[in-house]
Design a protein around this ligand. Structure first.
Ligand SMILES: C[C@H](N)C(=O)N[C@@H](Cc1c[nH]cn1)C(=O)O
Ligand SMILES: [Zn+2]
Ligand SMILES: [Zn+2]
Length: 500
């Protein structure tokens, strides 16, 4: 006699499903202070991937996340990512990356969550009202660096899984995690990791990212992001800084050359001045135009949350297009320039300007790189300067657009409707998830972005936050999403499993 020990997943009936949702929501509500405390513990780790001095903290953060995922009962691999050479020649270790899996039931769908636990730089003196590494709750908002980008959403996903475990309920999907620590610096090394571990994705049905914010108060699903080409332009004069009284007026100052170059990259109307930069931008189709016409977007609310009175464009249509479907050039900073308080009278010997160009479909990074190099060479030639200029591409992240017909988009819509009783907006995002297109191309799986943060969360800015409401309701969305996904893998009529 053959005894079959494999459990067949039988989808819940409507009543049982309703009861399960009630139980899940009730657990999440009653444990919300614990979830906030967990976020507080994570935000206390200054895991800033841009600061070489904080590499140990970043690695510590990865290990904390790995332990947390282990505590779910997952099999966790912490993978060494080697080391990186900095602009100044210093070599420092990359933080490890996490690959984890929980559940291997062939009758269930498998969803892989990707997130990051590194953060952007933050200092109280940058203008934060509270210490950036101490979660501080004010008027229902949880302030701290990484609250929304991306520690809060990563923890919300973990808490959604924990909720099923704590209630001893069957988790309706198999889960995989890929968590990294260098997303904010362009995810270097991660594409190689995915290629090397491509078998990890062989049984994955869906890839989910929750690393962006909504466009307005309304919940949303994101189906596109811009890429980013990040450049350093270094101008080097002599070997040491000089007194501007004893040397000013007799030499070609590197800072003056650099400022001239930077000032010629983009004009005051936002038009990028580099020839050819708009040549490959995908033409606007009627279908795409309709998406802009249909979207609910309050321009005044958007301006209020950014604390900027006047944008370059006056209509919602133009603003959205310039965020989502056109490239933009931003100047970020100058390394080596005097930037402290006070009035030091120095001529810096070497300065490095940093700027980036957000990429849109169908731009190609190697083409952009050549256009930038040629243009800076031409602009610099106008100066007849003996200084040395070097241009280097530091990050080359491509844009991403999803197939929104994949059933996981419907599952996510249903989950949002269950929690908020509203149909989500379908949006794109002007920011970049360097790995989004890589996941899609290498694994050939569907990628979805399911943001839980609000439009006014202030990613990368002072006083970054996530509201307690979004953090907790977002946890519910994830818990419901697992349930909705499971419906794509079970035949509700006779209970037999379906695996696509
Ligand atoms: C959207 C995501 N939370 C994020 O902030 N991504 C960064 C990634 C990046 C791009 N260039 C360098 N880092 C971003 O869009 O700035
Ligand atoms: Zn992020
Ligand atoms: Zn970020």
């Amino acid at each position: 006699m053959i005894i079959c020990t494999q459990l067949i997943m039988i989808p819940l009936g409507a009543e049982a499903e309703e009861k399960q949702v009630k139980d899940l929501f009730s657990y999440i509500n009653t444990h919300q202070d614990e979830f906030v405390q967990n976020l507080k513990d994570w935000l206390a780790v200054p895991s800033d991937s841009s600061d070489p001095e904080l590499r140990e903290e970043l690695t510590r953060m990865i290990n904390i996340a790995a332990d947390r995922i282990k505590s779910l009962g997952a099999r966790v691999e912490v993978i060494d990512m080697g080391s990186e050479k900095l602009h100044n020649g210093q070599i420092i270790p990359f933080p490890p990356a996490i690959l984890a899996e929980l559940g291997k039931d062939p009758t269930k769908g498998t969803v892989c969550f990707y997130g990051h636990v590194d953060v952007q730089p933050a200092k109280k003196e940058d203008g934060w009202s509270t210490d950036p590494y101490t979660l501080t709750e004010i008027n229902g908002n949880l302030y701290g660096r990484g609250a929304t980008d991306n520690k809060g959403p990563v923890l919300a996903w973990i808490h959604a899984v924990e909720t099923y475990k704590a209630l001893k309920k069957d988790i309706p999907v198999n889960l995989k995690f890929i968590i990294e620590g260098v997303e904010e610096t362009g995810s270097p090394g991660l594409e190689d990791l995915i290629e090397k571990h491509i078998h990890f994705f062989s049984d994955v049905d869906y890839i989910v990212i929750s690393d962006n914010v909504r466009l307005s108060k309304k919940p949303a699903l994101t189906y596109g992001t811009r890429g980013n080409a990040y450049f350093f332009v270094e101008v080097e004069g002599g070997k040491k800084d000089l007194h501007s009284g004893t040397f000013g007026g007799i030499l070609h100052e590197p800072m003056r050359d650099l400022v001239y170059i930077l000032a010629n990259l983009v004009d005051s109307s936002g038009q990028i001045l580099i020839p050819g930069m708009y040549d490959d931008v995908a033409p606007l189709t009627k279908e795409e135009q309709k998406l802009y016409d249909d979207i609910e977007f309050d321009l005044e609310e958007h301006k209020n949350s950014s604390c900027v009175d006047t944008y370059l464009y006056n209509t919602s249509d133009e603003v959205l297009k310039h965020l989502w479907r056109y490239p933009s050039l931003s100047i970020h900073g100058i390394e080596g320039a005097f930037s402290d308080t006070g009035s030091k009278t120095v001529i810096p010997s070497k300065v490095t300007g940093k700027f980036s160009i957000r990429q849109v479909p169908n731009m190609k990074i190697p083409v952009v790189e050549k256009q930038v190099e040629k243009y800076i060479e031409d602009v610099f030639a106008r100066l007849h300067s003996p200084n040395k200029v070097t241009v280097s591409l530091k990050i080359g992240a491509v844009p991403w657009l999803a197939n929104i017909d994949d059933p996981q988009y419907t599952a996510a819509k249903n989950a949002i409707t269950k929690v908020f009783d509203i149909t989500p907006d379908m949006i794109r995002d002007g920011s970049t998830i360097p790995l989004a297109k890589t996941f899609q191309d290498l694994t050939k799986k569907s990628v979805l972005m399911l943001p839980i943060g609000g439009a006014d969360d202030g990613e990368h800015s002072q006083n970054e936050k996530i509201s307690r409401f979004n953090y907790i309701e977002g946890t519910k969305v994830f818990a419901c999403f697992f349930q909705e996904l499971s419906k794509l893998h079970g035949d509700p009529i006779n209970g037999m499993p379906l695996k696509n």
